[in-house]
Design a protein around this ligand. Structure first.
Ligand SMILES: [Zn+2]
Length: 182
């Protein structure tokens, strides 16, 4: 297939997503170092590159951009997983939970699901992004909130608003994401 219209970042994105979905844990060109990285390196990318550096450029708009970025990943993953879930929410959440555990993003646990009210609350225990971070003044996992929102959006095919209402970095021991179906 010719990829002439794709940018290099789009090509990389496609290959990374394919690698995630293939469940293949090994990776090329890491014969000595292997597929794992220290969590602090991930946090540098997440909280510095996709956090404070973004804030340097965008100021108060940074959290929205980070949220958007998370939402686009969540939607992409959700769109790959959804067709395998038989339109069943429990099956879907189970597969997402497995994927998030496999990727060490966190332990996803449904806390409250009220579809009549259009509200889903999902916990992310041991969240990769804010583990070991303290003393922030408000929830800091905008990427993860967006990602969970994107995952829900992909299942219901509806717009959503996701909000992190508890954050481990605030001392809450978990990150709780509330998703409102719009
Ligand atoms: Zn958090």
């Amino acid at each position: 297939m010719l990829n002439v219209s794709k940018t290099d970042y789009q090509l990389a994105r496609q290959q990374i997503l394919e690698g995630i979905i293939s469940n293949e844990f090994g990776i090329e060109n890491r014969d000595n170092l292997g597929p794992m990285i220290p969590i602090r390196l991930f946090q540098v990318l997440r909280m510095v590159a996709l956090g404070s550096n973004m804030e340097d450029i965008l100021g108060q708009g940074a959290p929205s951009m980070v949220y958007h970025s998370g939402q686009s990943l969540g939607t992409a993953l959700g769109q790959i997983v959804a067709p395998t879930a038989d339109k069943n929410l429990d099956t879907y959440v189970g597969k997402i939970e497995h994927l998030c555990r496999h990727l060490s993003i966190g332990l996803v646990v449904p806390d409250k699901v009220d579809l009549k009210a259009g509200i889903l609350e999902l916990r992310v225990d041991e969240c990769v992004s804010c583990a070991g971070i303290h003393h922030v003044s408000s929830p800091i996992c905008h990427f993860e909130a967006g990602m969970v929102g994107g995952i829900v959006k992909a299942f219901f095919n509806r717009n959503v608003k996701a909000t992190e209402t508890k954050c481990n970095a605030l001392g809450d021991k978990t990150c709780l994401i509330r998703v409102d179906l719009l």
